[in-house]
Design a protein around this ligand. Structure first.
Ligand SMILES: *Cc1c(COP(=O)(O)O)cnc(C)c1O
Length: 404
């Protein structure tokens, strides 16, 4: 007999580091927008593994590509060439209009790789004195969990007791172009920023912000690095969130949905000589660019386009956003979103968002709280109108209750 839910939870608690506090559901199967728990209850996944399963759970074409490749060749290391890497490069470059690609695994690794690359570019191309490179980042950023990255977080939980941290970062408020202008010095090599701050609670910057950011970066020869690990690949209703702003980044970071949730695949993309400064032996990864990752990512990118998921994210996102805005409930302070990257911020008096997420679970919806009072909503991009309408009924039922 398979272990009971109680046993599984107890075993996790006993052996695992307690660095997460999951909602009390044990999932065992997924298909499209749906996931099932071990007791056979079905839920609409409104988190999509933080946007990694944008293509829907266990997409059959990505699965087929993965199985086919896994039976042939999985890992060679970059000591040898493999026959998937060139095709992955070609297809991701064509899709995103990029000139150079650096394949990595996790999102945080892509961020670290970008930091290394723009520093190197700063010393070798821009002419910044060695050891003096500065990178500007935003308050309330989220770029991952590695030591380099948490060192410039402004969140006490994220940073606390993990120091000492690497120097070379300046923090400015998000959405404030004047602050960027003031922070730039001759040693500034890059501005690293999320197009929409996801973990901070789906914070959309003021209109025109990124146009000003682009101008400032160009004027001062500062690389604009957009972390599109969460916003990219259709999540906001366009392939890249930068397209809403009418700009192009110098360096773009992708991850999460790049594999449709099958495998950790990330990439640093550059429009210019930033990645060109890396020479053999100066950066690498045993798994980065492996044939299994490349085959999975190729299929994940293909279905996103071929199956119209990006357009669907725009259409269903607009429907979902309007539906949330139409809910008349004293609990709701603000509804935000672009495409299928949505959030409901509750009034502090309404109680913790976690309580509402637990109540939503009882209605067949899995959503995740962030920052005490915000419920984030990010279903797979394959969601239909009927499923959006059904989800809105459940949200209406729960949000019109007082769970404080
Ligand atoms: C998730 C995320 C990361 C980190 O990706 P991991 O794969 O968890 O390392 C970085 N930046 C943003 C914007 C993210 O949402």
């Amino acid at each position: 007999m398979s272990p009971s839910v109680v046993d599984l939870l107890a075993t996790e608690a006993r052996f695992g580091a307690h660095n997460y506090q999951p909602i009390g559901v044990v999932l065992t199967r997924g298909e499209g927008v749906w996931v099932w728990d071990t007791e056979g209850n079905r839920y609409l996944d409104c988190l999509s593994a933080y946007s990694a399963v944008s293509q829907g759970h266990c997409h059959p074409k990505i699965l087929a590509a993965m199985v086919e490749q896994a039976q042939r060749l999985t890992l060679t290391s970059r000591a040898f060439h493999n026959d998937q890497l060139a095709l992955f490069y070609e297809e991701i470059a064509a899709l995103t209009g990029s000139h150079k690609v650096l394949p990595m695994n996790s999102g945080a690794e892509a961020v670290e790789s970008a930091i290394k690359s723009v520093r190197k570019w700063g010393y070798e191309v821009k002419g910044v004195p060695d050891g003096q490179a500065e990178i500007i980042v935003c308050a309330d950023n989220f770029h991952g969990r590695t030591l380099g990255v948490v060192g410039f977080s402004t969140d006490a939980e994220t940073r606390g007791h993990f120091g000492p941290f690497a120097p070379g970062f300046r923090i400015i408020p998000f959405g404030d172009a004047a602050a960027l202008e003031q922070a730039i010095t001759p040693n500034t090599v890059a501005f690293l920023v999320e197009p929409i701050q996801g973990e901070a609670g789906v914070i959309i910057p003021p209109a025109g912000y990124f146009a000003s950011v682009r101008e400032l970066c160009t004027a001062h020869n500062v690389m604009l690095v957009l972390d599109e690990i969460q916003t990219g690949l259709g999540r906001t209703g366009k392939l890249l969130a930068e397209q809403h702003e009418g700009i192009e980044a110098d360096v773009t970071l992708l991850g999460k949905a790049l594999s449709g949730g099958f495998y950790p695949v990330s990439a640093v993309l550059s429009n210019n000589d930033v990645l060109g400064t890396l020479r053999p032996g100066q950066h690498g990864s045993t798994f980065g660019g492996n044939p299994l990752a490349c085959a999975v990512a190729r299929a994940a990118m293909r279905v996103l386009v071929e199956e119209g998921m990006i357009e669907n994210a725009a259409t269903q996102g607009a429907r979902f956003l309007q539906g949330l805005k139409d809910i008349r409930a004293n609990t709701i302070r603000e509804v935000r979103g672009r495409g299928l990257m949505l959030a409901v911020e509750l009034h502090p008096e309404a109680g913790r968002a976690r309580r509402y997420c637990e109540a939503l679970q009882g209605k067949g919806i899995l959503a995740k709280d962030t920052h005490e009072h915000t419920i984030r909503i990010a279903p797979p991009l394959v969601i239909t109108s009927d499923q959006v309408d059904w989800a809105l009924e459940q949200f209406t039922t729960i949000l019109t209750q007082d769970l404080s």
